[in-house]
Design a protein around this ligand. Structure first.
Ligand code: AMP
Length: 296
């Protein structure tokens, strides 16, 4: 495994791989790697000849009051985990090469970036879409692997890759959870023991809603009310609980196609997000034709 920090050296390496006929997989991360990240690496190693993990804490997706400085940075242990998992290259560019003086170019994915996390973090998806574009331009992957844990982010990136003719297959993989259900996240390390216990209500509320949907509940109001009631007992603040169309990220009132039920909530100083995706069993004959289905 090698570590590359310049976009030019990264592109040269990928061009060599492609010249040899090797397929390239890319796993973008901000480091502080856990088993969720490693599930993406595993999928890349299994389906591509070469795997690049990008490691960059992207200043453009943090607002000034957010946790950029505090974000966990564990480079040595991340390298060891990547080596063990079969990563070929860690691409860890410096902020100064990603955003040189007079940097002026940003990517926006209209509509999809506006709801859910986009409401309280209006800067966020512009920062994500921009950095992912730059990481793709340096790593030149055939496939890129993202977690459905960040469900809106996955949808934004997938649409961006399609709309901009990037020629990259964007693959979404299931959320990896702790044994008790809490979605793995680098930010879980911020939680106190007491907050960690209370945080469990998020996955519990989502799983209960998923069970209700599987039993035929289609009314969004009923589902949202139940999730909010469960969360209200344990979280300090609910940012949002939303039931949205799985492709367009727009609120739905009745479930009649693929949906995402998403939560963002605050525990102490830590903001956690989680979601589940659900698709009702609708006979093909009455199903509306949909563009851009999930590849997961
Ligand atoms: P991050 O380092 O938090 O920016 O995440 C990098 C990638 O890992 C993103 O595609 C995330 O969606 C994915 N990821 C984070 N947590 C999980 C998880 N618990 N399960 C699966 N993928 C995850």
């Amino acid at each position: 495994m090698i570590i590359i920090d310049s976009p030019k050296a990264m592109r040269d390496w990928s061009l060599q791989q492609r010249a040899k006929g090797n397929s390239v997989g890319c796993v973008p991360t901000m480091g502080a790697l856990h088993d969720g990240h490693l599930s993406l690496v595993k999928a890349s190693v299994e389906s591509c000849d070469a795997t690049i993990l990008t490691l960059f804490v992207n200043p453009a997706q943090f607002a000034p009051h957010e946790d950029f400085d505090q974000y966990p940075r564990t480079f040595e242990s991340d390298c060891a985990k990547c080596q063990a998992a079969g990563v070929d290259v860690i691409y860890a560019p410096k902020a100064s090469s990603m955003y040189p003086e007079h940097y002026a170019t940003y990517v926006e994915v209209e509509r999809l970036q506006e709801g859910l996390c986009g409401i309280t973090r209006p800067h966020f998806f512009r920062g994500v879409a921009t950095v992912v574009t730059k990481l793709f331009n340096a790593t030149l992957p055939d496939k890129a692997f993202f977690g459905l844990k960040d469900g809106q982010q996955f949808t934004v990136i997938k649409r961006m890759a399609r709309d901009l003719d990037m020629g990259i297959e964007v693959v979404g993989l299931p959320t990896v959870r702790e044994a008790d259900g809490l979605a793995m996240s680098s930010r879980n390390q911020y939680l106190s023991v007491e907050e960690r216990t209370r945080a469990l209500c998020i996955s519990k509320a989502l799983f209960a809603a998923e069970a209700a949907m599987a039993q035929g509940e289609t009314n969004a109001k009923t589902i949202l009310h139940a999730v909010k009631t469960t969360l209200a007992k344990d979280v300090d603040e609910i940012d949002y609980v939303s039931l949205v169309d799985g492709n367009e990220m727009t609120p739905v009132t009745t479930i009649n196609g693929p949906v995402m039920l998403a939560v963002a909530a605050q525990l102490g100083n830590t903001r956690l997000i989680d979601n589940i995706r659900f698709e009702p069993n609708i006979p093909a004959s009455v199903k509306p034709a949909r563009e851009g289905s999930l590849s997961c």
